[in-house]
Design a binder for this molecule. Structure first.
Ligand SMILES: *Cc1c(COP(=O)(O)O)cnc(C)c1O
Length: 223
């Protein structure tokens, strides 16, 4: 069951601020995705390759599929034919594999790099110096990486009741996003997306400059 009213409210709120909504449909049945598609949602997020591939084949081809989970290099080939945006790239090796598989499919794939902002060991992502290093590597090999486009950053805040902490983490992500945007202005022109905010913290993320939110349970119910 989808929460149509929540979608309409969210949609209105986000459209006014030019923020994109990714409806996170992981673990939810295809009927729910179809229902949300039916009222106008086009961007959906999944975090398991097999589940994404299965669902993709059952929805109209103008659905935009976002891969929001941790992606292993050896699985890129399964989603490369259709994926719209890969949110959580965290190594140069993975970036190169995405480029390779995109080329095999005669297309270009958009990606975000994941910055580790949470106060938790378990969350994936790069720290600031690793991320800068990766962007420098990318710039050096840019001519060979024509089939991948770096479009911005993604991050996940700590799962905590402490709103001030969440706010600080999102602020950190956004200021780093703006820094890179400035610093790599000439070499990475597609850098315009700051993906942050989930059901429990998206209002804070928006206050801190999010341009794309990833919302699951608010729209599809608890998992
Ligand atoms: C599951 C998930 C979400 C959505 O979480 P909700 O709390 O259900 O909104 C957002 N981003 C990522 C990376 C996720 O894995």
């Amino acid at each position: 069951m989808i929460n149509e009213q929540a979608w309409r409210q969210l949609q209105e709120e986000l459209v006014n601020q030019n923020i994109r909504l990714v409806a996170v449909s992981k673990t939810k049945p295809v009927e729910d995705i179809r229902a949300l598609y039916g009222i106008g949602q086009r961007d959906f997020g999944e975090n398991y390759v097999q589940e994404l591939v299965d669902k993709q084949s059952q929805l109209p081809s103008d659905t935009h599929w976002h891969y929001i989970g941790h992606l292993q290099s050896n699985k890129v080939k399964f989603i490369a034919p259709f994926v719209h945006l890969i949110h959580a790239v965290d190594s140069f090796k993975l970036l190169k594999e995405i480029n390779k598989q995109a080329a095999n499919n005669h297309r270009s794939i958009d990606v975000l790099l994941q910055l580790h902002i949470a106060d938790e060991e378990s969350k994936f992502g790069l720290d600031e110096s690793e991320l800068i290093q990766m962007l420098n590597e990318y710039c050096l090999e840019k001519a060979a990486l024509k089939n991948v486009r770096i479009c911005g950053l993604m991050g996940m805040a700590t799962f905590t009741e402490n709103q001030l902490q969440v706010k600080k983490e999102f602020a950190k992500l956004n200021s780093f996003f703006n820094l890179i945007k400035k610093q790599f202005f000439h070499s990475i022109v597609s850098f315009d997306t700051c993906s942050m905010g989930m059901s429990g913290d998206y209002t804070i993320a928006i206050e801190e400059g999010s341009t794309m939110v990833r919302i699951g349970s608010l729209l599809f119910g608890k998992r």
